[in-house]
Design a protein around this ligand. Structure first.
Ligand code: PMP
Length: 401
């Protein structure tokens, strides 16, 4: 964590959060060449946005300008809460509109949870590795973060049990479905094990779930928030960023009453409410647009891109590398053989016009410097193949190992 200059007068918490951001922006600065084929960004493919459908939804929302240009309630527009509650209920997470707080993306849902729950010095347990911006939120809250060991199925329950007894956490932060950065999905049995531990020890769970709608293969696992042991202590964080478009900046938080009210208090004091017109347009799109038909196109395109990456990776990474096969989402996680440092590899690869994110910044404990996150939605298969060719060249001409 170098290169971050503390601006005089700001708090240690700002410094800590700034240092997390700086560790990534230094890396991403390497990836800004215009002809770069990037496996680095965590962004949905813009050519796959349903631009016409969304424009139409805005046009319809604006047929009642005096309503949609006015202030609204902190909890969120009733139409949007209703539409999201219905969608969640159809998918197996029985939800009433009043149980939802509409937020400015899942990101705000997480910040509100932190502001409502965490006192400086409280411990947050996280998967190792975990979502980088969540680490920033916890730093801003002045929380202490402790990593929990994971394997291919997610959090290891015995490691979690041990970490809970050692650290007495207030919160466990999880990305159980198509996890950022690893792309992994937590198995059903692990979800139950985590829920039981939360009930036994009494900590809260933040179930961060923005990628759930991007499943290409297999059946959905249950939400931790839907399991009886954890239902009264889980905050479910959802988003329209990956299922519709991130520029809407709309998400939601589903939480037990006390927590929801606390988060609404924080939101009221933060931004009063999320944009009325955006919320109404999203509600129109959810209820009248072809969201499901469109999402299916997005899933198929992402699956094809994921397959293109998986198909060529074996020839592009050095022998002895390991990587997973995600069933959805946007990310794949790879580990290079002994002796490699993914940040050094990125320096070389960016010279060849291909980028990825080294895994190190996603670790809250000692970093595994051999790891890398590859995001596949950004480029069509032909460009992915070219990116893989460049990556192979970068390794072939690597003199650092
Ligand atoms: N959580 C995770 C794990 C994410 O990857 C992201 C987006 N990168 C977010 C939350 C924030 O998403 P949103 O656009 O809904 O704020």
């Amino acid at each position: 964590m170098t290169g971050y200059q503390s601006p005089a007068g700001f708090t240690d918490r700002i410094d800590a959060a700034g240092a997390v951001a700086a560790s990534l922006s230094e890396i991403l600065a390497l990836t800004s060449r215009p002809d770069m084929i990037s496996f680095a960004g965590g962004m949905p493919a813009p050519e796959l946005f349903d631009a016409d459908g969304i424009s139409e939804a805005y046009a319809r929302a604006l047929t009642t300008p005096r309503r949609v240009l006015q202030y609204s309630t902190t909890e969120g527009d009733p139409l949007l809460r209703q539409a999201i509650a219905e969608r969640l209920s159809r998918q197996g997470m029985a939800t009433e509109p009043y149980e939802l707080l509409i937020t400015t993306g899942a990101q705000q849902a997480l910040s509100l949870t932190c502001a409502a729950l965490l006192l400086p010095g409280d411990v947050v347990l996280v998967e190792e590795p975990t979502y980088l911006v969540a680490l920033q939120c916890f730093a801003l809250a002045g929380a202490r973060v402790a990593p929990v060991r994971c394997d291919g199925e997610g959090v290891d329950p015995s490691a979690l049990d041990e970490a809970v007894r050692l650290h007495h956490p207030k919160l466990l932060y999880l990305g159980p479905t198509f996890h950022n950065p690893t792309g992994r999905t937590m198995s059903g049995s692990r979800r139950h094990a985590v829920a039981s531990l939360a009930a036994r020890y009494g900590f809260w769970i933040a179930e961060d779930d923005p990628y759930r709608e991007l499943r290409y293969q297999g059946d959905a696992e249950p939400w931790i928030a839907s399991l009886p042991e954890a239902a009264d202590r889980t905050v479910l964080l959802g988003s329209l960023s990956k299922s519709i478009a991130p520029g809407l900046r709309l998400g939601w938080l589903r939480a037990p009453a006390g927590m929801r009210r606390a988060c609404a208090t924080v939101k009221g004091a933060t931004d009063v409410h999320s944009s009325t017109v955006d919320q109404v347009a999203a509600a129109v799109y959810l209820t009248e647009g072809d969201m499901d038909g469109h999402l299916e196109l997005v899933r198929r395109a992402y699956e094809e891109r994921c397959d293109a990456l998986l198909g060529g990776l074996v020839h592009s990474l050095p022998a002895g590398s390991a990587y997973n096969r995600p069933c959805g989402g946007m990310f794949l996680w790879a580990r290079l053989p002994e002796g490699y440092d993914a940040t050094e590899v990125l320096r070389r690869a960016s010279g060849y016009g291909v980028a990825f994110v080294p895994g190190a910044p996603f670790f809250s404990g000692p970093a595994d410097r051999r790891t890398m996150r590859l995001s596949f939605p950004t480029h069509p298969p032909s460009e992915i193949e070219e990116g893989l060719r460049r990556l192979r060249l970068a390794f072939e001409h690597d003199s650092t190992t």
